[in-house]
Design a protein around this ligand. Structure first.
Ligand SMILES: [Zn+2]
Length: 387
């Protein structure tokens, strides 16, 4: 199209020149001793035309090259989306040597085929950290934390605002229980992230601080207070109550439990607290008083822990089968029954992630699907909007 336009302009110019030749003021041009009579206007016009023509030709050639580049990328994305990663790679490879954003797509197509090891041999452009962080994410998903860490750090050294790499390093430091490092990464992520995910990242920071309070006893109070300030989840609420009970501040602990009832997060709170008999004994009056609002499974597990068999029996009709079995064998003195109870308890896993992975204790990050805040108490609808 642009070629036709250029041709049209040339034709118009020629017609105009003929008109000018008949009416213009002529000057003498001297070339190698020969004198030519040329209209002055033509000389000026020719200079102008050359000034326009050369850049046009230059951009035309560039445009043809660029459209080949763009076509390759579009075809590549198309094939990748249709489920043909090998075809996609073929289309993208040329462009991937010039643009790291395209190289990132090639890594995606290799990941889909499980052939990430080929990435080295393709000599993709990799100077802004996109490729590194993409390889890191893949390695993290397959559990190769050390290798993944190396790639993420390399990505951050090229671009310290690479959010994906920061998130990857945060997950690894959490999984490796390097919690102070994890908090630093999450604080950085909160600063960097876009407005739409600020709230989610704040919740994650609160959960990490809460989790860290269990591993850093000397900072426990500070971490919990900071977590409570940022976001009040059932997790931080439960650990705060646990802290108050350990400190002997039963009155304040009960106040906090009342709050948990008012926000409908009491089941999760009790499920976390039910691991410690001493704590449960201290708050037994409030549990008895609100018995009817507590989930039967959660309540039964509290009574099993405290060996309150008379309270347990009327509940048996309402509890789930594994809890019923746990309850029945808890009364028995037979070794085989005790063993059976232990096995059921081990396998019960009351906390379930949305991916299906079960956990005996609540934790903010699912180790299987690497998602934050998707673990909920079995059989309880998440009333907190915690996801
Ligand atoms: Zn999961």
């Amino acid at each position: 199209m642009s070629f036709i336009k250029v041709l049209f302009v040339i034709i118009l110019t020629v017609i105009f020149l003929i008109f000018v030749a008949q009416h213009a003021y002529y000057v003498d041009l001297n070339f190698f001793g020969m004198t030519y009579k040329v209209p002055l206007f033509v000389i000026i016009l020719l200079s102008f035309s050359a000034g326009f023509l050369f850049p046009t030709l230059y951009f035309l050639v560039k445009d043809i090259k660029q459209s080949g580049f763009t076509k390759g990328i579009i075809n590549g994305i198309y094939q990748l989306a249709r489920g043909y990663p090998q075809k996609a790679q073929g289309e993208l490879l040329g462009a991937a040597k010039r643009s790291e954003a395209v190289a990132w797509l090639v890594v995606k197509s290799l990941t889909k085929r499980g052939e990430l090891q080929k990435v080295e041999s393709l000599r993709l452009k990799a100077d802004t950290g996109l490729v590194d962080s993409s390889i890191g994410s893949r390695l993290l998903k397959s559990g190769e934390y050390e290798k993944a860490k190396g790639y993420f750090l390399s990505a951050l050294s090229k671009d310290d605002a690479n959010l994906s790499a920061s998130k990857g390093l945060r997950d690894i430091s959490f999984l490796e229980k390097e919690l102070e490092v994890c908090i630093k990464y999450q604080e950085g992520i909160l600063k960097l992230c876009e407005k739409w995910e600020k709230e989610t990242q704040r919740k994650i920071l609160s959960e990490i601080l809460t989790y860290a309070s269990e591993y850093l006893p000397e900072k426990r109070k500070d971490l919990l207070e900071k977590a409570l300030d940022i976001h009040r989840s059932f997790y931080v609420q439960a650990l705060w109550i646990k802290y108050l009970l350990e400190k002997g501040d039963v009155k304040e602990a009960k106040k906090q439990i009342e709050k948990a009832f008012s926000t409908n997060t009491h089941n999760e709170t009790f499920a976390i607290l039910s691991q410690n008999e001493e704590h449960l004994t201290k708050i037994m009056d409030i549990i008895k008083e609100k018995e009817d609002s507590i989930d039967p499974d959660v309540l039964a597990r509290i009574y099993i822990k405290l060996h309150l068999f008379t309270q347990l029996r009327p509940l048996l009709e309402r509890v789930s089968k594994p809890v019923k079995l746990m309850a029945l064998v808890s009364e028995s003195h037979k070794d085989t029954d005790k063993m059976c109870g232990e096995v059921v308890e081990e396998l019960f896993k009351p906390w379930i992630c949305s991916c299906g992975e079960g956990y005996n204790n609540y934790q903010p990050l699912c180790e299987r699907c690497l998602t934050w805040g998707k673990i909920a108490l079995r059989g309880i609808k998440d009333a907190t909007g915690h996801k």
